[in-house]
Design a protein around this ligand. Structure first.
Ligand code: GCV
Length: 686
């Protein structure tokens, strides 16, 4: 292994400057000139050169050679780093190699000679942005792509600057696709006026290797095409889509394809015409095929039937395995319900053996404290990617079942629902930037650990531009011990903490109403369908609590490959973290810890609250290492998170106590709120 010139940052000392967070993890400024040799010229190579100049932290006057060369070991836009520079098959590979080299320099890591290939072909951000500029489940301001009002479609220089910054941030972490609009799609997006804007966005994103995709409404042919039907088998409909696709490619030659939410949560779909998901997806895939486009068809489907919601996607999609074109990828949320703080992985992963399947993660924290709670999601995605499906024996993890290594596929992909908006720091919470970063890094390399990702992100985000009087030395033992390690620890524990104070032991969907922020285990208005209310999921009564998904219950366990199905089914082997997901148990059920279930629930909520209090202390202690603007913002958000954790704990314990009729163990803090007060206040907000 050869090692390049990396120790430079180790000796830099810093002066803290106020920061608004807009520069994300791309804050390093070059401290020395270098000599780059590259024979190729293109917009993408031009960016690579600029980035080297802007961010170089290596030796003064070092020589770096960028070479485009056909190397069979390098796949797609992968690259090889060596002491001589970067080698790749594509311009984009060179750019990715440059970002990797700079990341190593800026985080003080040695650059080892190695080949880096991406885990997935398409690494896509899904924006749930509406044409009026609002964002479904967006918590960081309005859309960067769309806005309301007169001249809303006129492109300004500010728009272009922002889109370019956005593209750069994505490219720096390997993201290569963006779906520009909400999956609950407006048909308007395919109109001439909107397409003109899409074309300009695509032009700005292109040099950074970001392909543009659109979410489409399945009934577009009837809604904007003047047809009587949107039946996927109708000749007129087929022609309409073919013409539309041709028009799109005439404007955007490298257009990525469509994302479709069909026959789901009220969205139209092929089933409205007595057709299947395969009929619908294949019709669009055929239109896109001549241009190399793909269809990402979502498996997020469920309806208010008697069938357990957690079983519905599998039940509907498994019979269709083998019927999809090779440019259709079924997009599956990490868990079988809906981005809950913790779910077992969706049983569709690995089960659809003849179909491309892509994971969909949610970066925006719809169910995890939105832009207020500090929750680092890499641990959740790592847990999902590394879950054993056993579909092809040991080692058939979700990651390997989806990245083409077990089932070779023409197209592989992964998507993350974006958390960005017009807020100056893009994500609302400074630490929410880490989730955008983590998604990109895992999409590029699905075997990275959360620890490594957190480490990188902290170093890139909180190292300071050196100037003026030295306060401390970056990456010194002092900085590492007093800043990096405690902050990293906090990030790594943060998702577990959120699970503990919101929904421990397999609880899920305990949210009040549709805003999915605060607790509402009681929330079940008659007008709302049962599978949108918490009692459907917790099933608390005087006999016990939890959703019985065992063989004798809803039988969801049978959707998992053996030995997993029986492991989840048996109380002895079902992990505590999924206990109430799969089992309905008496309040005095004896846990592995020796405690009864009710006590265990209480201790978990208490632990979550105490963890957030510890986070506050951790953050207060690192004040000297962070600029005031970001320090105080995080501090105030942690304060709110702590109050919320208290509300979660009290609401859930006091509500469930009405059924358990047991005391909260006396050695933990008793609730400070009154249940009626919490319910009344919750109702007032509805
Ligand atoms: C875009 C959940 C969210 C919806 C979202 C939906 C989906 O139900 O609450 O806002 O709609 O998932 O993923 O399609």
């Amino acid at each position: 292994m050869k090692v390049l010139f990396i120790t430079f940052m180790l000796i830099q000392s810093v002066f803290l400057q106020a920061e608004d967070g807009h520069d994300l993890w791309l804050r390093a400024k070059s401290t020395s000139p270098l000599n780059v040799i590259c024979l190729k010229k293109s917009p993408t190579i031009g960016i690579a050169l600029q980035e080297l100049e802007k961010g170089w932290q290596g030796k003064d006057g070092a020589k770096i050679v960028l070479v485009l060369k056909n190397n069979k070991e390098i796949r797609n836009d992968g690259f090889k780093i060596s002491p001589d520079g970067i080698q790749a098959n594509t311009d984009l590979g060179i750019l990715y190699g440059v970002y990797e080299l700079l990341r190593c320099q800026q985080t003080g890591e040695p650059v080892e000679e190695m080949i880096c290939n991406p885990s997935y072909g398409a690494r896509v951000l899904d924006h749930w942005d509406n044409p009026d500029g609002s964002i479904e489940r967006g918590y960081a301001g309005r859309s960067i792509f769309w806005r309301q009002g007169e001249n809303s479609l006129a492109v300004t220089q500010n728009d272009k600057t922002l889109w370019k910054e956005y593209a750069r941030a994505n490219a720096s972490i390997g993201i290569n696709g963006a779906v520009l609009n909400n999956v609950n799609a407006s048909p308007l997006i395919l109109s001439k006026e909107y397409m003109e804007r899409v074309k300009v966005i695509a032009e700005v994103l292109r040099p950074y290797g970001i392909k543009t995709y659109l979410s489409v409404k399945f009934s577009s042919p009837s809604l904007i095409g003047g047809l009587k039907t949107s039946d996927p088998l109708s000749a007129d409909v087929i022609k309409w889509w073919k013409d539309k696709v041709q028009e799109i490619y005439s404007m955007i030659p490298d257009f990525g394809g469509f994302l479709v939410k069909a026959s789901s949560e009220g969205q139209p779909g092929p089933q409205d015409y007595g057709r299947t998901h395969a009929d619908g997806a294949n019709m669009l895939a055929d239109a896109l095929k001549p241009f190399g486009g793909i269809v990402m068809w979502r498996a997020f489907v469920y309806s208010p039937t008697d069938l357990d919601r957690a079983k519905q996607a599998y039940t509907e999609f498994m019979p269709l395995d083998g019927q999809f074109r090779d440019n259709v990828i079924i997009q599956v949320k990490n868990g079988p319900v809906d981005f809950q703080p913790r779910e077992p992985f969706s049983p569709l992963f690995g089960a659809m053996k003849k179909t491309s399947v892509m994971p969909e993660f949610q970066i925006t924290q719809e169910y995890l404290g939105q832009a207020i709670h500090l929750v680092f999601l890499a641990t959740m995605w790592e847990e999902c990617l590394k879950s054993e499906t056993y579909q092809e024996g040991e080692g058939s993890t979700v990651a390997h079942c989806t990245d083409g290594s077990i089932y070779p596929r023409k197209y592989t992909a992964i998507a993350g629902v974006s958390n960005i908006g017009l807020d100056i720091n893009w994500c609302g919470h400074p630490f929410a930037q880490a989730n955008w970063y983590a998604f990109g890094r895992l999409a590029w390399n699905n075997s990275l650990t959360s620890e490594k990702i957190a480490d990188e992100w902290i170093k890139l985000t909180f190292s300071q531009v050196p100037s003026g009087q030295a306060l401390f030395t970056l990456f010194s033992t002092e900085w590492t011990e007093h800043f990096l390690l405690p902050v990293r620890q906090m990030m790594l524990q943060s998702r577990d903490a959120a699970i503990n104070y919101m929904m421990p032991l397999g609880f899920h969907h305990l949210f009040s109403a549709n805003e999915h922020y605060g607790p509402g285990p009681w929330w079940a208005p008659a007008r709302v369908r049962p599978d949108w209310t918490p009692p459907y999921y917790h099933k608390a009564d005087t006999n016990g609590v939890g959703f019985d998904r065992t063989y004798s219950g809803s039988d969801a366990v049978s959707q998992y490959h053996e030995p997993l199905g029986s492991q989840f089914n048996e109380l002895k082997t079902c992990p505590d973290r999924y206990l109430l997901w799969f089992h309905h148990l008496p309040w005095d059920y004896k846990m592995k810890s020796g405690r009864i279930l009710w006590d265990e629930i209480c201790y978990n909520y208490e632990t979550g609250l105490q963890q957030v209090r510890e986070f506050q202390k951790t953050w207060d202690k690192v004040e000297a290492y962070v600029d005031t603007a970001r320090f105080t913002l995080v501090q105030s958000k942690l304060r709110t998170q702590c109050r919320d954790a208290q509300v979660w704990k009290d609401a859930c314990l006091l509500y469930f106590q009405k059924f358990s009729h047991m005391p909260v163990p006396y050695d933990i803090e008793q609730p400070v709120y009154d249940l009626n007060y919490l319910i009344e206040n919750d109702m007032k907000r509805r």
